[in-house]
Design a protein around this ligand. Structure first.
Ligand code: GAL
Length: 963
């Protein structure tokens, strides 16, 4: 009689693993293997009382499901998104009776020859608890959703016959208490399943240690196995029994910048394992994290396994695209937040070169740990969970320790402090002392090798850089922590439009050796591909599946959109993390190699000189080979003379192809203004039309009796009015930072009314004074609009003053007007081609650009202000034929152009809610508030908080041939 596992509520034990084999390293081996990915039969029941009536064969009435997958993304049940809160009552280790239960069955044929040896069944990841049967015999149950669980099925499998494997997976189990990461709750067999023959002489487990002595250039290789075997690395002339320390003179070490791997194999009498060897030494020396004797700086991101249709069931192609995208955006490190990734991802990090913090599958954020209080019932501080937690740690280290890319083991994320932290840390050290231990929630740093925090302000980071952060109660601990290097495990929350202020963090990392970089939160938005009732695709976030408890779009806080399109934030990060920095100095361009290990021989420079955005000269020059962190000055090329505003742009590109990008790939671009715009002769005013005619005219501008511009050169307009509102961005909401949006709304900035106070016609201009204020408020903005003309053009000179005691900064300050819907094309000279804001503008270069109105939008998952083009000198809107409406200014201005208003943008929940109206709305701004990172972290850096008043905007409107 098979035991059910479920009726005993085995899934509510502190440790749920039963019958699971000891962990071993993930391996590519020639052991005969049957891939059990693919089609299985599947049934979802509301709870575990569903009968266990599926152990003998394929139930005909069930549906099919492909593995690996999450059942919620295959039409069964629904995803749930919560950040910290558990989606069930907190009563560890118990879980609700209503516990969706997925039963899986498939058959597989086992060759007759498999009688000789043992047979293992391996699951790389099952969320959250599985009971496993082969041919009706129960083998045990799993624990740790993102860890391997392996069973010895020798006694139940029938070689030469068709076999039945059956798995019951529960959505909730005691494991769920340990796996409260900020992501979708998604269940099922979501990583690979396989059956392997372990012949006599198979290599049970193997361990590769490849140390490097930077002083002598000697590599030390030691491979251990639990059976006699030989290690062969032909390139190094190694063919020796395992278990010996082999010294090799002058090996090339592995680093993220130069991921030198030596390929080899371990040959046992019953199995050959393919191995890669990367020689490197990771240590804290003199208070600094060093690899191969060099201080390194982490330019990292936090990455979840995520795909918009497959959830955490990511395929090899997706993993490769992540690694290539990281490398191409100057990222050199990844924290596997907050669980061990699919093992193949680590192979790719080894191959292409990324420093890795491998994090254990452990988070208990929903218990509300604060400071040194873990919160009632938190498993981190309850010894009854200790063996489960230590086992998770051991299983991660055992699975992954052969990867050269891993430089730190992380105990988990946001569990708080507690007795189990030390136990986990010791377990990791016992299995592998060649990596550093990381755990951000050990604020004392007693159990770890690196001081790590998240979302600190610039001031706090700087204090740590100087080594004078506030002391702990215990002087010994203070001294211990002060001697440690520092990293930001998370910073620069990339939610929605943002993050701003990246370069200010980078400046600190570059200034203080103790600050060894950080990991941006996070790599990708976890939006799930969904279709609305009209068949339009959108990216779903929390609440879109009817969850009773959810955290909305907080799941969309990545540098990539869900389909892996880079966001403007990623482009900004790429520039900030540039491997080579350029500065214009007397005598030429100073080239600084910002890398830690390699020289600049791989790069070359291409330059262009542009006069008002039009290339006048271009060329290229090779870079001298500057060693890591060194610098050199190269002479400036010869420039032709120019008259108009002129910019010199230098792009650093790959001189030759690498494994991750082709020759010519651009790593960064820097730009300098060589000639400022010419000041224009003073405007000669033509007289304006008499005030008493029906449609008073100022040159080509037609006004109404209240001084409002109605038409320009025959084009119907919605007349310009003062505008201070932007559809709040996620950072304005300040979910875990300082919010601005409630203050803005309290002041009524989203419902300002404009009143005309006076109109005065003079010979030279039309002067209109307006007062803009919100119902219920005394605060106002007094604007003076001076309209004039030189006969052909219309000029606006607008000045704005504040009335009353304003305490909030404005979202924006400028004018808004409506253009006809037939406007499609936009051309401008200013920063582009992408959007930019004051504190996120480094990736956008001054030049001449063209776009469709529709392409000027950035489709953030939750609609919000976007698409701002910064530092425009002029912009031309196509009005048909070759004609354009041109707006220009001597002072750079910003513009946004869209087919809906800021109010529509504010009200929309998803981009597909936005429909084009009968106008193109144009904002022309003196300035817009920065982005900051206050959705989780600090707001806009003070450097960007500009005093706007008295404000002035001078614009010139003209119609003519498009540029
Ligand atoms: C951190 C946490 C992450 C994520 C982030 C906010 O506190 O470690 O998992 O929740 O905040 O997006």
């Amino acid at each position: 009689m098979p035991s059910t596992g479920n009726t005993e509520r085995a899934y509510e034990r502190f440790e749920t693993a039963r019958g699971v084999l000891p962990p071993r390293a993930w391996a590519r081996s020639d052991a005969p293997r049957i891939d059990l990915n693919g089609r299985w039969r599947f049934r979802l029941s509301p709870d575990p009382s569903a009968p266990i009536d599926f152990l003998d064969g394929l139930p005909a009435a069930w549906s099919d499901i492909d593995i690996p997958s999450h059942w919620q993304l295959r039409g069964h049940g629904a995803p749930i998104y919560t950040n910290q809160a558990y989606p069930f009552p907190l009563d560890p280790p118990r879980v609700p009776d209503d516990n969706p239960t997925g039963d899986y069955v498939r058959t597989f044929d086992v060759p007759e020859l498999w009688r000789e040896g043992r047979v293992f069944l391996r699951f790389e990841g099952v969320d959250s608890f599985a009971t496993v049967w082969v041919n009706g015999i129960e083998l045990g149950s799993t624990s740790g959703s993102r860890l391997a669980n392996e069973f010895d099925i020798t006694e139940s499998v029938r070689p030469g016959e068709r076999n039945v494997v059956a798995v019951r997976v529960l959505q909730w189990s005691s494991n769920s208490y340990l796996e409260d990461q900020d992501m979708w709750w998604l269940s099922g067999i979501f990583r690979d399943v396989s059956v392997e023959l372990r012949r006599a002489g198979s290599i049970g487990d193997h361990r590769i240690q490849a140390d490097f002595d930077a002083q002598t250039g000697t590599g030390f290789l030691r491979v251990d196995t639990d059976v006699p075997a030989t290690v062969v690395v032909e390139e190094l002339g190694i063919d020796a029994p395992v278990g010996q320390l082999i010294a090799i003179d002058q090996v090339e070490p592995w680093s993220a910048e130069q991921p030198r791997l030596y390929r080899g194999r371990i040959v046992g009498s019953g199995e050959i394992i393919e191995i890669v060897v990367g020689f490197r030494r990771v240590e804290v020396d003199d208070g600094l994290i060093k690899v191969n004797g060099r201080r390194v700086q982490f330019r990292g991101v936090n990455r979840h396994d995520f795909h918009p249709e497959q959830g955490r069931a990511v395929d090899a192609e997706t993993m490769l695209s992540d690694v290539l995208l990281m490398k191409r955006h100057n990222i050199n490190a990844v924290r596997t937040s907050h669980y061990p990734p699919h093992p193949h991802f680590l192979e790719l990090c080894d191959k292409y070169g990324l420093w890795v913090i491998d994090e254990c599958d452990f988070e208990t954020h929903g218990f509300g740990a604060e400071g040194d209080d873990p919160g009632a019932g938190n498993p981190v501080d309850d010894v009854r969970w200790q063996s489960a937690l230590v086992s998770r740690m051991r299983r991660m280290v055992a699975r992954d320790r052969n990867h050269p890319s891993i430089v730190m083991w992380s105990l988990g994320n946001e569990c708080g402090p507690g007795v189990n932290v030390e136990a986990m840390s010791s377990a990791a050290r016992e299995l592998d002392s060649t990596r550093l231990i990381h755990y951000e929630r050990d604020f004392t740093s007693a159990q770890v090798d690196v001081y790590s925090r998240m979302y600190l302000t610039y001031e706090e980071v700087e204090q740590i850089g100087r080594g004078d952060e506030p002391p702990l109660d215990d002087p010994a601990l203070t001294a211990h922590r002060n001697a440690q290097p520092f990293i930001l495990a998370e910073y620069a929350h990339a939610m929605g439009n943002g993050p701003g202020g990246l370069s200010e963090y980078q400046e600190l990392f570059d200034r203080y050796p103790r600050l060894q970089g950080g990991f941006v939160w996070e790599w990708i938005d976890h939006g799930l591909r969904t279709t609305d009732t009209s068949g339009r695709t959108f990216w779903a976030y929390g609440g879109d599946f009817g969850e009773e408890l959810h955290d909305g779009n907080f799941v969309a806080d990545g540098l990539l959109f869900p389909d892996r399109t880079p966001s403007p934030g990623l482009l900004e990060l790429k520039k900030v993390l540039e491997p080579v920095r350029l500065d214009l100095v007397t005598g030429g361009i100073r080239v600084t190699n910002a890398q830690d290990i390699v020289g600049t021989s791989l790069f070359s420079a291409e330059w262009v000189l542009e006069e008002e955005g039009i290339a006048r000269a271009r060329g290229s020059f090779p870079l001298p080979d500057i060693s890591a962190r060194g610098e050199s000055v190269v002479p400036l090329p010869d420039f032709p003379a120019t008259d108009a505003e002129t910019w010199f742009t230098v792009r650093i590109v790959l001189a030759a192809s690498t494994s991750w990008a082709s020759a010519g790939h651009e790593l960064s671009a820097s730009q300098w203004q060589i000639r400022p715009p010419q000041s224009v002769a003073a405007v000669r005013h033509a007289p304006v039309a008499a005030p008493l005619v029906a449609a008073p005219l100022v040159g080509p501008g037609e006004f109404d009796a209240r001084g409002r511009l109605q038409r320009f050169a025959g084009i119907d307009l919605v007349s310009p009015c003062l505008d201070v509102w932007r559809a709040p961005i996620d950072n304005d909401f300040g979910y875990y930072g300082e919010p601005l949006e409630p203050f803005w709304r309290a002041e009524g900035l989203h419902r300002m009314q404009q009143r005309v106070d006076s109109i005065r016609w003079t010979d030279a201009d039309l002067q209109v004074i307006t007062r803009t204020g919100a119902a219920g408020s005394r605060l106002a903005l007094l604007s003076t609009w001076r309209w004039s003309t030189d006969g052909a053009d219309l000029r606006l000179s607008l000045t704005v003053e504040q009335v009353g005691d304003w305490t909030v900064p404005l979202p924006r300050l400028g004018i808004r007007m409506g253009l006809p819907a037939f406007v499609h094309t936009v051309e401008w000279f200013g920063r582009g081609p992408g959007e930019a804001y004051s504190d996120s503008a480094r990736a956008q270069l001054v030049g001449r650009y063209a776009s469709e109105v529709d392409d000027l939008q950035t489709p953030y998952l939750m609609p919000q202000e976007n698409g701002n083009r910064l530092d425009a000198r002029w912009v031309v809107f196509g009005i048909g034929g070759n004609r354009g409406l041109r707006v220009s200014s001597l002072e750079p201005f910003s513009f946004t152009t869209r087919r809906w208003t800021s109010e529509d943008l504010d009200a929309a929940k998803h981009p597909n809610d936005l429909v084009a109206g009968d106008r193109v709305w144009l904002n022309l701004d003196v300035a817009q508030y920065g982005l900051g990172s206050a959705s989780c972290g600090p707001g806009v850096h003070p450097r960007y908080l500009r005093e706007l008043f008295p404000a002035r905007l001078d614009l010139r409107f003209a119609v003519g041939d498009a540029q």
